[in-house]
Structures are given as C-alpha cells and as structure tokens.
Design a protein around this ligand. Structure first.
Ligand code: TYD
Length: 136
C-alpha cells in the first residue's frame, strides 16, 4: 500500500528506427520490472468515455498507447498526476495501490496493457473511499 506517484514512471522502450518502419519491443523483467501474466487492450472508445477508475492490490502494469493518444490520471491518495501517452515507444509503469483512470481518448486510439497478474476481480479496489482508507 506504499506506492506513491514517485513509483509511477514512463519507461523509454527500445526503438529501432528504420526507413521500412520503426520497431519497438518489451521483454519481461528487463524493460519492465515484472513478469507478464496477461495482456489486454482497450479500443473503439467513444469520444468522452473514461476507462479504469480503480486501483489494484497486487497488479502492476505497463500501459502503452500503441495508436492514437489518451491521458492516464494517476492518484496515490495524496497527489494526482496526468500523463499523456501518444507514442508507442513509451510505456507508463503503474505499480499496485495507485488509483488510475484512462480518459481523453483520441479517435482510433489503442491502449495496450501488460499486467503482472491474471484477471481477478478480487484484486480490484473499485471504491475510492476504501482506497483512501487503505492508503492511510
Ligand atoms: P475493467 O477492468 O473493470 O474495465 P475498466 O476498468 O476499464 O472499466 O474490465 C471490464 C470487464 O471486463 C470486467 O468486469 C471483466 C472483464 N475483464 C476480463 O474478463 N478480463 C480482463 O483481463 C479484463 C481487464 C477485464
């Protein structure tokens, strides 16, 4: 429960620039500090919609804007920060016990999330009041 916004960070992913098109990649426990248990993606988001709006007890994640752009709002219970993602060679590392939501999606944006855990509803903290209590 000790994660703070100082633990949230942009990871500069490898990028091979090539006249044929650029290439980036991620290796678990090398470019990111966890093993990848699950990958999911968020797409076809209608204008103005917000995804997320919760924290995780265990899950750590890396969020990448594979296409388009969106904002990730992160909150450690004391401070709030907004990070805009719009390049596929940057990943936002979000540790556990950080409240986060994704918003301001551009048309055709594609958010890739690499997760350290399998999907488990019990891992979610969906009530903001409970989150704040846990952080105290
Ligand atoms: P959820 O993480 O609650 O989405 P958001 O926080 O963006 O609103 O996921 C929505 C639903 O999708 C959830 O109730 C169950 C399902 N789901 C899975 O079955 N597996 C997954 O890996 C994820 C992320 C969601």
């Amino acid at each position: 429960m000790t994660s703070t916004l100082a633990d949230v960070r942009i990871i500069d992913l490898p990028k091979f620039e090539d006249p044929r098109g650029n290439l980036s990649f991620i290796e678990e426990e090398k470019h990111i500090p966890f093993k990848i248990e699950r990958t999911y993606w968020i797409y076809d988001v209608p204008g103005g919609q917000v995804r997320g709006g919760h924290a995780f007890k265990e899950q750590q994640e890396l969020i990448v804007a594979l296409s388009g752009s969106f904002d990730v709002v992160v909150d450690d219970g004391k401070n709030i920060n907004i990070l805009s993602l719009k390049r596929s060679y940057y990943g936002l590392f979000v540790p556990n016990y950080i409240w986060r939501k994704l918003e301001n999606f551009s048309t055709n944006s594609l958010a890739l999330i690499l997760s350290s855990t399998a999907y488990n509803e019990q891992d979610y903290i969906r009530d903001y009041g409970s989150f704040i209590k846990m952080k105290k």
